[in-house]
Design a protein around this ligand. Structure first.
Ligand code: SF4
Ligand code: SF4
Length: 149
């Protein structure tokens, strides 16, 4: 459980609560998305099965649950922790890896649709800052290489 780095006491309370379920946009729009089940399984030490589930990637990180939670804890923490472990184990969906690779390379998560922007009278998109980002990532890599963490 140490690997999960979650406050199990708060999660146990959370597994008995469920109050924020009805304001979570993913819960209300995505059939099958139910953080209550995820939290209950974590509390029972059965989180492994969620690592390869698409559910943990359906949390929008909108912070609604965090904001309304009387413990200021939130479903979100559980989802983020599981995504972190899934990524470390290479279980993340391929499109997540593609998205990260594109972001690291270009500073963008997608190309703006120029004809659509023109149609709506929007200005040219600003520069992505990809070059600067690359410098930061290279510097981080260097630091890690030299044993700084
Ligand atoms: S952060 Fe995730 S779990 Fe919380 S309300 Fe938003 S979508 Fe739902
Ligand atoms: S995140 Fe907070 S409000 Fe939502 S179910 Fe858990 S304890 Fe209740």
């Amino acid at each position: 459980m140490l690997e999960l780095n979650l406050n199990m006491k708060l999660l146990e309370m959370c597994s008995k609560c469920g109050a924020c379920y009805s304001i979570c946009p993913s819960c209300t729009h995505l059939p099958g998305y139910d953080p209550r089940q995820v939290v209950a399984d974590i509390v029972q030490g059965k989180f492994e099965k969620w690592l390869s589930s698409s559910s943990i990637w359906q949390c929008l990180e909108c912070h609604y649950c965090l904001e309304m939670c009387y413990q200021h804890y939130g479903f979100e923490n559980a989802m983020t922790a599981l995504r972190t472990i899934a990524t470390k184990r290479g279980l993340n969906p391929p499109q997540v890896k593609r998205g990260w690779d594109m972001f690291a390379k270009t500073g963008k998560l997608g190309e703006p649709a120029l004809p659509a922007r023109k149609k709506f009278g929007l200005p040219e998109p600003s520069k992505s800052g990809g070059e600067e980002l690359k410098k930061v990532l290279d510097a981080l890599k260097d630091r890690r290489g030299k044993g700084h963490h």
